[in-house]
Write a protein that binds this ligand. Structure first.
Ligand code: DC
Length: 651
């Protein structure tokens, strides 16, 4: 399985240029294809959802061309050149609904299908409305759901077409955008309460940009006048995506800020911008210009839980659900029934994953109520599931403001924001790490512990985890040569590290894991890739405020490749054997120098020759040879190097 481990964060501030709005991009693409003339589309979102729309348009014979990052669409004047086509639209709801309507009125033979989840998302309300107009739309599979087959039919426009508005506003959007193809004045009447009204605003505003003025009476009746014709405005600039902005604004509100998003602002037409008002209500500070918004944490105290009707900002509301983890008190989000028919059942998915983080969650048909645990966030070892839903992946990334977090299948963000995690890393500042690698008995343990104490940081003795695994396997009767068996033990280790003790399943084992037999076992089990994989996240979880000093063999290369300071600490094998000998004698353990020397040589060999994460000096690590140094000298050197690298704010 793919995953991304987001490091625990100290703060967030910086500026993000947003990708183009998905809602606007897909509307503009279809309108440009239906219009007379060529349209130059600037800042078009390049993501899975827009790729599906572009592919479909090309399949339908529409001329599409990219020039210097600008998308050029040759309008068809309302008649798609190809009258027969099979379109695959993935999980792009905006593309599926609007193309269904446009093609149903276009007089051709078309099939439209998508990924399995798309075939679970209802479409009957749109199909019923199209059938009132005389369109021939058939369900290929289950009644009421995609895939669909469209055939030529006698279209009878005019009069009043009813469409339900309480499941998805995309049905109304699709219908309105298609109606100018008929040339006859037609009124659409919304049945039931219209949800997500701001998305309809985007539709009307984009249609107007292409020359068609819809007459709106409240949110109930929408009339497309006779002889409405789409004409290209020539050049269109796509605004930044307001839903995508929500993650960064929330980061600013939680992580100090200011975080500024560019591409949306006071002049934006997207309803999800009201997210900024919601943050304001939670106590965040918001600043806004025509084309930018900035969010910062409250001047004093934490964010506050709120109760909010989210009908007008369904997508960005998901971001409030994870922001609620950082607020004092309970947050209740209502009027979110549409979440259940999106990329996944978002209410159920959010509730499940929020509970994994330790929050109290109540859910209902159209609401979710979140109460943070008050004792910090948990971080599930299995990671956060993302349900092939870009927004789940993005909104849970916020939890890394409290803890290191694993997010499974993060690639799903490509639906609307392919480089989300890169942008995220550019405005967040992770808890710093000093990684100290080196061979056995080089003194890195003593040096690391003292550096951690001097800085007031956490300390990870990663070797202890391999030692504990070897001991736990031995106690469970599992041979160190049994990779799968030992890996299973490693995944389930019940360990508590305290100030001066190490507890394995509640039993003190600080001494037991230092025995020579277990040292040798640790070196053997550490060579198994599956064992290393099982211990990876457990090690990363040690990265907590204000910082971490981690010692081992692969701290710099594998576990914390982004560590701010990397050191390779070593000493001659003879000196290391002497130090180990002295340690044992001081503890009253009988020891002889030659076998200790031999054993160290063997372990060095095994640790540095193994195929996974072998012990070696990482490219950018500084070499610290302690053969001639005292511990105090070595500690002073590490502190000096780290201070040179870490800025004052970390230390
Ligand atoms: O540092 P140590 O001697 O306590 O480590 C015990 C064993 O675990 C050692 O043989 C190497 C292995 N180890 C490892 O492979 N990777 C680490 N990050 C730490 C230790």
């Amino acid at each position: 399985m793919h995953f991304i481990d987001l490091p625990s964060l100290l703060s967030a501030h910086g500026t993000v240029r947003l990708p183009g709005s998905k809602s606007i991009s897909n509307r503009v693409l279809l309108l440009a294809a239906l219009a007379e003339g060529r349209t130059e589309i600037h800042d078009l979102l390049e993501s899975d959802d827009t790729a599906r729309m572009l592919e479909a348009l090309k399949t339908l014979g529409v001329g599409v061309e990219w020039q210097d990052g600008v998308c050029q669409v040759d309008g068809t004047g309302g008649a798609f050149p190809l009258k027969q086509a099979a379109l695959f639209l993935g999980n792009a709801g905006t593309a599926f609904r609007s193309l269904t309507a446009a093609l149903a009125l276009s007089g051709g033979h078309y099939t439209l299908s998508g990924v399995p989840r798309m075939h679970e998302r209802p479409i009957a309300d749109l199909v019923n409305a199209l059938r009132v107009l005389g369109a021939d739309v058939q369900y290929i599979g289950q009644e009421g759901f995609p895939p669909l087959a469209l055939s030529p039919a006698v279209i009878r426009p005019g009069g009043v077409v009813p469409v339900r508005g309480d499941v998805s506003s995309q049905f109304l959007t699709g219908l309105l955008m298609a109606l100018p193809l008929t040339g006859v004045e037609t009124t659409v009447e919304v049945v039931g309460e219209l949800i997500s009204k701001p998305y309809i605003d985007i539709t009307l505003s984009m249609m107007a940009r292409f020359g068609v003025q819809v007459v709106r009476e409240g949110w109930q009746r929408f009339t497309v006048p006779a002889a409405s014709v789409y004409r290209s405005p020539g050049r269109v600039y796509v605004e930044g995506d307001a839903s995508s902005a929500s993650y960064f604004l929330a980061l600013g509100a939680i992580g100090g800020g200011p975080v500024r998003v560019e591409g949306v602002g006071r002049d934006s037409i997207q309803g999800d911008l009201r997210f900024a008002d919601a943050l304001l209500k939670m106590g965040a500070r918001i600043n806004m210009g025509p084309n930018w918004i900035e969010a910062s944490a409250p001047l004093c105290g934490p964010l506050r839980g709120i109760e909010l009707d989210c009908n007008h900002l369904p997508d960005a509301a998901m971001t409030l659900a994870t922001t609620a983890l950082f607020a004092q008190g309970t947050t209740t989000l209502t009027h979110i029934a549409s979440w259940r028919v999106k990329e996944t059942d978002r209410i159920a998915a959010m509730a499940t994953e929020l509970r994994k983080l330790g929050a109290g969650v109540e859910e209902g048909h159209d609401f979710i109520r979140i109460t943070p645990s008050g004792t910090g966030l948990l971080s599930p070892h299995g990671g956060i599931e993302t349900y092939d839903d870009h927004r789940i992946a993005m909104c849970f990334s916020l939890a890394s403001m409290a803890t290191t977090l694993r997010i499974n299948d993060p690639g799903c963000v490509a639906k609307t924001f392919p480089d989300y995690f890169l942008r995220f890393s550019e405005v967040t500042h992770p808890v710093p790490v000093i990684a100290i690698d080196g061979p056995s008995a080089s003194g890195k343990g003593s040096v690391s512990a003292r550096v951690a104490a001097a800085l007031g940081w956490h300390y990870l003795d990663s070797g202890a985890l391999y030692r504990l695994t070897a001991l736990a396997a031995q106690r469970a009767g599992i041979a160190w040569t049994d990779e799968a068996g030992v890996a299973a033990i490693a995944a389930e280790l019940d360990v508590v590290f305290d100030e001066n003790s190490v507890l394995l399943s509640g039993e003190e084992v600080g001494e037991a894991i230092r025995l020579e037999e277990i040292s040798s076992g640790a070196s053997q089990v550490a060579a198994w890739p599956e064992v290393r994989k099982a211990l990876l996240f457990r090690q990363r979880l040690f990265r907590q405020r204000a910082g971490l000093v981690a010692d081992g063999r692969d701290m710099a290369s594998v576990v914390f490749p982004d560590a701010q300071t990397k050191i390779f600490l070593t000493a001659s094998v003879e000196i290391r054997a002497k130090r180990r000998y002295k340690q044992l004698i001081e503890k009253g353990v009988a020891a002889k120098l030659p076998p200790l020397l031999l054993d160290l040589r063997e372990r060095d060999e095994r640790d540095s020759q193994r195929s996974v994460a072998p012990l070696q000096q990482e490219e950018t690590a500084k070499l610290l040879d302690t053969t001639e140094l005292t511990i105090e000298n070595a500690v002073a050197q590490v502190l000096l190097w780290s201070k040179a690298v870490l800025s004052e704010k970390f230390l």
